[in-house]
Design a protein around this ligand. Structure first.
Ligand SMILES: Cc1cc2nc3c(=O)[nH]c(=O)nc-3n(C[C@H](O)[C@H](O)[C@H](O)COP(=O)(O)OP(=O)(O)OC[C@H]3O[C@@H](n4cnc5c(N)ncnc54)[C@H](O)[C@@H]3O)c2cc1C
Length: 421
């Protein structure tokens, strides 16, 4: 297989073959017959997590099925569906997902495999919305797990290591509208003194910074207009001393806001407001790398100071950084496992060697706060450090041994960063 790259084009997959099966039987056959096999989602990860030396399986060509259960308030979908497509289907039926990531382009199975998240003190990551899933395991057999299965909490954020997730059931709720207001130049001291209040003032809050300027560049407040997440900001008024942006903004200073979802306090569907970027456009910059570190929210102020102390080394490599929050969940390999969290996200310039040289420095600065790296982005920590961060990792390793005794779903990345050896 040649020249299949990830979205950022910093990874060329080394797999021998890329399959696009059109039926579940075909998926089972490929897995049963493979020596090494992995699922490929929409390729938005920045590292080699999805790669394999053997067979890659994309579920893009499987017929999409969206099965809504209005009574149970769930939707069951194929793992390969993208959030943007699912969101449009749900919205048309009057339903919503609780939250979305910054972009709607990613696949559901790929996103939950890495505990992808949006923001909000009371919003859990996207994987926490999963109430059931079906996977094709190493022998080509189907396994369905639900919240009542003992191994379920280990099988949602599973890094593709347990099998090919062919269908996922997600919690849904009645549709809601959201209004996005952007403010500029929030003083660092104000943020440090009032972190919980600021990150909790709206349903979803994002802070954008380059770490070096003397204030936080932008504060995005995404508020539900049904009043369930607090009052809407008063138009035109300052927010903790930050001023309302007079026009739509892109997080990157000077970039066109055309790719961004609606702002300026104009209410609209959750599906069109919760992501920062619109489905038909390139999200973020397009030419970039990303890293993110997630740690307990109680350490937010101290951790912000720790990262700011590295601003002089970070800023030359950085396009933009984002600070978000997530509520705790109970998924074994979730970066938010049992911790209300804050995430420090970095959108880097395409300078991979320089970025990779800096990551250990950032990881050292954040180590006192037990920062967990985002599984789908660039990080340095090896299996030893990762093991210390996840108390349920030994249970995950046992689960993987049981479901995949021949290690078909292992790859170099998982050996280096998760399983060790
Ligand atoms: C521009 C951009 C913006 C981003 N914004 C955010 C954000 O707001 N929040 C955030 O948390 N992350 C964000 N990410 C990271 C992204 O959400 C994760 O990397 C996510 O895992 C990508 O999903 P994917 O479908 O592209 O998966 P891939 O990158 O293709 O695969 C990721 C992992 O999922 C596994 N996988 C995929 N499909 C299946 C399946 N069917 N069964 C089993 N395993 C499977 C793969 O084997 C691999 O281990 C962003 C990435 C980009 C490029």
């Amino acid at each position: 297989m040649r020249h299949h790259t990830n979205w950022a084009r910093n990874i060329e997959y080394s797999a021998a073959r890329l399959h696009r099966p059109t039926s579940l039987d075909e998926v089972k056959e490929i897995v049963a017959g493979a020596r090494a096999v992995r699922a490929l989602g929409s390729r938005h990860s920045f590292n080699t997590l999805a790669d394999t030396s053997g067979d890659l399986i994309s579920l893009e060509a499987l017929r999409q099925e969206v099965v809504l259960d209005r009574q149970a308030r769930t939707v069951t979908v194929r793992g390969g569906i993208r959030y943007g497509e699912l969101a449009a289907r749900l919205q048309a039926e009057g339903f919503a997902l609780a939250n979305l990531a910054s972009l709607p382009h990613i696949s559901v199975a790929g996103a939950i495999a890495t505990a992808t998240h949006g923001s909000g003190n009371t919003n859990r990551n996207l994987a926490a919305a999963v109430s059931g899933l079906t996977l094709v395991t190493a022998r080509g057999e189907m396994l369905t797990l639900t919240r009542s299965s003992p191994e379920f909490a280990g099988a949602v954020v599973a890094l593709g290591a347990l099998g090919i997730v062919t269908s996922v059931t997600l919690d849904i709720e009645p549709s809601f509208d959201v209004a996005v207001s952007v403010y500029e130049h929030l003083a660092w001291d104000t943020l440090l003194d009032h972190f919980d209040a600021i990150s909790g003032v709206a349903y979803s809050v994002s802070l954008f910074t380059n770490w070096a300027r003397d204030s936080v560049d932008q504060v995005w407040l995404k508020q539900r207009v049904d009043g369930s997440s607090g009052a809407l900001p008063t138009p035109g008024q300052d927010f903790h001393g930050a001023t309302p942006a007079p026009v739509r903004r892109h997080p990157l200073q000077g970039a066109s806001a055309e790719a961004c979802t609606e702002q300026l306090g104009l209410a609209g569907d959750w599906a069109d407001r919760l992501p920062h970027f619109r489905l038909g456009f390139t999200p973020s910059r397009g030419e970039e790398l990303q890293s993110e570190y997630i740690l307990p929210r109680v350490h937010a102020a101290a951790a912000i100071e720790a990262v700011r102390s590295l601003a002089g080394r970070i800023e030359p490599l950085l396009q933009i950084a984002e600070i978000r929050t997530m509520a705790a969940d109970d998924l074994w390999l979730s970066m938010n496992y049992l911790e209300d969290s804050v995430g420090f996200h970095f959108t880097w310039k395409l300078l991979q060697p320089e970025v990779e040289a800096l990551l250990p420095v950032i990881e050292e600065a954040l180590a006192p706060f037990r920062a967990r790296p985002h599984w789908g982005k660039l990080f340095h920590a090896g299996a030893d450090s990762i093991t210390a961060l996840y108390e349920k990792l030994p249970d995950f390793v046992s689960l993987a041994e049981r479901l995949d005794p021949e290690h078909k779903f292992r790859n170099d990345f998982l050996t280096r960063h998760v399983f060790g050896g």
